[in-house]
Every structure is written in structure tokens, then in C-alpha cells.
Design a protein around this ligand. Sequence first.
Ligand code: HEC
Length: 161
Amino acid sequence: MSAAMSRLAALFCALAMTAAPAARAETPAADAAQGEKMFNACAPCHSLAPGRNMTGPSLAGIWGRKAGSLKSFDRYSAALKASGVVWDGKTLDQWLKSPAGFIPGNSMAFAGIADNQPRADLTAFLKAVSSGERPLPAAMTRPPFDELKKLDAAQQVAAIR
Ligand code: HEC
């Protein structure tokens, strides 16, 4: 290798080393797997299974949904219904940072997530599940107790040993 070429190579290395950490600091990659763990904070009140409303509405297909618009959920606050918000990366981020700050008067009893990274992870997870890119967490594919009687034979418990 010529002296000029090795100097060039050294320059590229230096550039690569300085550029990489800077890029990471500006746009932290959102991690949907981490987001799935974060969803534990939501799971007591929300399922991602379609039509499965709990204290809060089902979050199936939340991406692109108008706030307060799920027909099968009849306990929305007037504030959420009147907000005019459509759920996407930006609005979910603001909502999850401070629900009361973003839509005053809403009835979701959740203080918010102050740190940017876990919020980004959580919204990435919601987007991935919403689009079908990521499967539902296993716990949410099991039928709720009130539907156990409606199961077909293959799903019913036949014997307890
Ligand atoms: C204590 C129960 C509770 C917890 C915990 C909770 N939520 Fe909610 N959530 C609700 C209720 C109740 C509503 C309806 C609020 C309203 O009508 O004002 C709601 C509404 C929402 C909506 C709007 C849904 C729609 O159809 O417009 C989103 C999105 C949402 N929650 C996401 C989350 C996420 C993500 C978490 C976890 C970080 C979370 N929530 C934690 C109870 C909860």
C-alpha cells in the first residue's frame, strides 16, 4: 500500500469512528423487543387482541386509528373523543410522555413515561404489532375466561391429571 493510500485509509477509519456514535446519539434506534417489555406497564388495562376491551380499549390496529373511535368501547372520555387526534408515531409519543398534558381531561390513569428511549421502543412495538409485522404477545392470544365456554372441542380442557 502506498503512503498516500494508507493515509487515506486511516482517514476513513477516523471518519467512521467519529460518525457512528454521533449518528446513534441523534437518532436512537427504537427497539420493538424492548418495547414489548415496556408494554407490561399497559397490559393491566390494554390488550392488543382485536375487540378485547379491558379497563382501556383494545389497542389492536391502533396505528392510524382516530382517538376514541373504537365502536366496541363505550367508556371513552368526552375529551379523548373530541381531541381530533389520529394515532401515529408522533401523537403516541406525546400521549405516552404525558397523557394529561397532551389531552387534558382524558380518563387514562397513567402518569406517562418521561424517558425518550423507552417511549420510542414502545411506539415501535405498537406499530409493529399494529401492522402485523410482529405477532401478538403469547399471553394475549389465549382466550379470556368469559369466552372459555365458546371454545371448540380441540381447545377445551378434556381432562385434568
Ligand atoms: C390504569 C389503566 C391504564 C393504563 C395502565 C394504560 N391505559 Fe391507555 N387507556 C386507558 C383508558 C381508560 C383509556 C381511555 C381514555 C379516555 O377515554 O379518556 C386509554 C386510552 C388509551 C389510548 C387511546 C385509545 C383509543 O382508542 O383512542 C392509547 C393509545 C393508550 N391508552 C395507550 C396506552 C399505553 C401504550 C399504555 C402503557 C404505557 C397505557 N395506555 C396504559 C387505561 C389505561
